[in-house]
Unconditional design. Sequence first.
Lengths: 346, 509
Amino acid sequence: MQNTLEKSKGTSQSLWVRFLKNHGSILFFAVLFLLSSLFVPNFFTPRNVMTVIKQAAVPLVACMGLMLILTTGGIDLSLGYTLGLCSVLLGMMTKRYGIAAWQAIPLTLLIGAAVGLVNGSIVQFLHVPAFIATLGSGYVLYGIAQIFGKGDAFYQLPEDLLAFGTSRPLMIFAGGVPEEAMKNGLIGQILKLPSYVFIALIVAAIMYVVRHKTTYGRNLSVFGFNAKTARLSGVRTARLNVATYVISSTLVALASVLLTIRVNCAQSNLGGSNYTFEIVTAAVVGGTSLAGGVSSVVNCLFGVLVTKTLENIVNLMAVNIYLYQPLMGVVILIAIVLDAWKNRKL
Amino acid sequence: MAEKPILEMRGITKYIFDSYGVAIRNSTVRILDKVDFDLNRGEVHILVGENGAGKSTLMKVLGGLIPPDEGEVLLDGKVIRPKNAKEALEAGIGFIHQELNLCGNLSVSDNIFMGREIVRRGVKDKSAMRAKSAQLLDEMGVTNIPPETLVKDLSTAQQQIVEIAKVLSYDCRIIIMDEPTSSLTQREIDILFALIDKLRAQGVSIIYISHRLEEFERVGDRLSVLRDGQSIGTLERRDFDVDTIVAMMVGRTLGAMYENRHVPGHEPVLEVRNLRLEEKTAPISMHINAGEIVGMGGLVGAGRTELAKSVFGYRKCFGGEVFYQGRQLKTLNPADLIRHGIVYLTEDRKSEGLVLDMDVAQNISLASLFRMFPRFFMFGGKERELAEKTVSQLNVVCNSLSQLVRTLSGGNQQKIILGKCLATNPRLLILDEPTRGIDVGAKAEIYRMIDQIAESGVAVMMISSDMPELIGMSDRIYVMRGGAIVAEIQDKADMTQENILAYTIGKNA
């Protein structure tokens, strides 16, 4: 028996297939972007492209969290309601009780972490399937949010809170840029990007390291593929699983803070099941396997961009706005079918 | 051989594929290289070869699970190309896999008639299915399996019999058995062999894949050897000779299988006191010294795996104390124990030992990430280094370190699990059937590794149902029955098959 550790000699064709299988969402986005630029009026303008990016920022943060849970083989259907609850509580804290933003934001994140701890504990220790556990907890969270907020919304949030998300950090470089370019040019649009876009990018960068370059990220995959093997190989599976829900819900809370700031309105209906569905779609389009084990930060980023680009196209073409939801439905079905095709074994 | 063979396979070739299943045609390595194979009516044709020699692949081609890249399969002189297992079954070719494919939560009769239930007025006709199943089992001479039992309540051997009944119910003329005896006890093996004799008398042809040299003369009519994807030759029964077969399989003569060099120490590494596996079983007390290989004998289900898993904290136990290196272990859980230097190699490699969808390097490092990357971040090439070292040390045959473990042969998968366990730098190594389903060449390699590990002072607990292995490797043997230890054999001279067997089945208790 000879030891054959030679490099596999893939043909160029199989390299293509490989790229397609591993990074389908990037190609999907590229094609979508190209076609939209060619055929959708007003799509390929600096202002519109930046709009898509701004719209994608908050879902990206939430999607990073959900991706971790999907990797364990679980799911978080309470995501949208967690988002709503955090929004209401943030609004109450800052508007009704006048708590400063630098205190209210961390408190909101803590609330998110607590939600994750409860969800994760139900899944891990009571052995309830994540699907049911989070479906149930989602309605509880929604109810709590309604009771606290009394169904009201908080508008015109305090300046210090808004500054966290809407300040324009790149404007310090704006000196010397002509006014016309500032107004309509690409440079101006980039310089005027609000801070929540950068916060989202920083979160994605951190999650990239966490998911792909740490023992936590590796064990997450192992656990998602095969929990028994993980446990017998010395992975602290209970801790890992609960921690994943905590991290994820904390990120959802952060997304809630950013979204609340973005729309300048805190209310319990901010998220909801539609939001959950949108994030799940983004993650699945981003190649995340619902069976667990497989996920990638870069692909999820493009998954979010795909969903947001589609939404943008529906808006621009001024067709019936209700077209967006069935369109998303078709997209997630296609993504799941492609995922099944990709994972088909020999 | 006046009669024409009922099955012929000619020039079957299958190229090696990459981790995505794409055939690499220009590779020098072929899984199958122009293999010829034939089968006569009513004969048992044994197929042997080392792990990765291509036996399973050849049979998968026949069973319709994978298409050949070249070559053809002739059934009764006509070319057939089964596209899936069902088509093969309908052509009369039944495949009994090493890992059984039954649904545990369904009854015996539901399993036998799965996918073609007998229907009356649009409803499943349970009683008819049960009656036919009972008749089928009866014809096979099996009376102790009621058709309404759930499959998960049956023993492995009984499940195997159900699997055979299922295949026979399709009127199969050819049955492929992949390592049917690997998880059976001696008594169950005898039942199976009696059944094989009966089938042969009825004109059914059987392809029998096995690594157990001692079985060949008992069951086989002819024997073919595969090596590195090529057919080496076919022997008639009168030519069956262990040395010839082994030489054909490995292409070299083996040295002595059990050439142990380690010397057992005296300082106990593990001490178990009064541990109960179930509430009502007798308490277990045992110990393992540094550098000692302690064999655990007994039937499947005697509680050996349960004991190992209890010590490793993977399973609940009822009372008792476990001491490790002189200190009592208060709470047992696998994560802590691995960090303390205890590691357990599972008997069930696919569902408990490996992550099939991850690659070779990732599987090898699985249990030692905490040691390699104590700071949480996984930067640098340490993981690759470890994988390269392990692959060359254990002689793992793989295409590249990023090949998915799913696509490796059983023996190579087993080596990877062993490598995974060794990478944790254990002080106590618990091996559960370390050579199940592995060819002689790989077995010898694994024995040498175990001996080396013991020589370096590691305490080894080895659960084994393979008698020669148990006797050859062990310094001491505990025999278990009914969830308790019934005997401790210290003297090498007392380690005889008869002696151990007697304790196992409770003759001299």
